[in-house]
Design a protein around this ligand. Structure first.
Ligand SMILES: C[S@@+](CC[C@H](N)C(=O)[O-])C[C@H]1O[C@@H](n2cnc3c(N)ncnc32)[C@H](O)[C@@H]1O
Length: 262
């Protein structure tokens, strides 16, 4: 596992115990993804893989509604334990890197991931790998962060002459293109803007849920540089945008005529 991936797993693992108390946005996103998945036509007892289950915001919403054969996975062992404690015995639990799934191809009816895909090192390669796990007619349904996420934080860095350490996220069209071309993909988007508050709370909030691993290649700012960013943030009005992208991708049930919409 790469150093960055180990760090991602360690940071989320360390936050598992307090994650639920500090993740209202993540809970909301999971509920909204679950509502979209509940509207899909799925087999009566679907075979489901959840990637990046965390403490189970999505698992708790969807598993009781869908039933079936559910595997909840996460790269952080402490998250898997927390999910098992909260959701209980209706699922199987595994520690697994969603970019390297150890599952047989062609068997799953549904793969779900709520706010985990933005941590993948290579989104397109991972989506191609996951698509191979789908049975004909199977779906990938995920919510991830879009390009507008943390716009205020990025603008404050730019105004102060620096680049933010938050990772770059895709526009909706780029997310759709990241799926293999033989899947039929729909991407919807929403924006939530948290009102301005103490600028340092933004950083502390990411730390509390373990979502503070910086983008590859970024350098931490000095205390003086960070003060300049915080002044620019206050001057710009503050606030925190979350740009959520919901993608539902369908593997054709007929292998001879793949359906492609972009
Ligand atoms: C922001 S949390 C979301 C957790 C949960 N799905 C939720 O909605 O609250 C991201 C989760 O993805 C996991 N994660 C990050 N990279 C992963 C990977 N490559 N494979 C599997 N899980 C990963 C983290 O350990 C963390 O639990």
């Amino acid at each position: 596992m790469s150093n960055r991936k180990s760090r991602i797993a360690a940071r989320f693992g360390a936050a598992a115990i307090d994650y639920d108390a500090h993740s209202p946005l993540q809970r909301e996103a999971a509920q909204r993804l679950a509502a979209r998945v509940k509207g899909l036509s799925l087999p009566a007892a679907p075979r489901v893989l959840e990637i990046g289950c965390g403490t189970g915001h999505l698992t708790r919403e969807l598993l009781p509604a869908l039933g079936g054969d559910w595997v909840a996975s996460d790269i952080a062992p402490a998250m898997v334990r927390a999910c098992r404690r909260r959701v209980g015995g209706a699922a199987q639990y595994i520690v697994m890197d969603g970019e390297r799934p150890a599952l047989a191809p062609g068997r799953l009816d549904l793969i779900v991931a709520s706010l985990a895909a933005q941590w993948f090192a290579d989104l397109a390669t991972t989506l191609a790998t996951l698509a191979q796990l789908l049975a004909p007619g199977g779906r990938i349904a995920l919510v991830t962060l879009g390009a507008g996420t943390f716009a205020e934080w990025r603008m404050a860095h730019a105004a102060a002459g620096f680049a933010a350490a938050t990772p770059a996220y895709p526009e909706a069209a780029a997310l759709a293109r990241a799926f293999p071309a033989d899947l039929e993909v729909e991407v919807a988007q929403e924006r939530f803007v948290e009102p301005p508050g103490d600028p340092l709370e933004f950083v502390r909030g990411l730390r509390r849920i373990g979502a503070d691993t910086p983008a590859p290649g970024t350098q931490p700012l000095s205390a003086g540089q960070m003060r300049r960013v915080l002044r620019a943030l206050a001057a710009g009005g503050g606030g925190t945008t979350y740009h959520l992208l919901y993608a539902i991708a369908l593997r054709s049930s007929s292998t001879s005529q793949p359906r492609v919409t972009r």
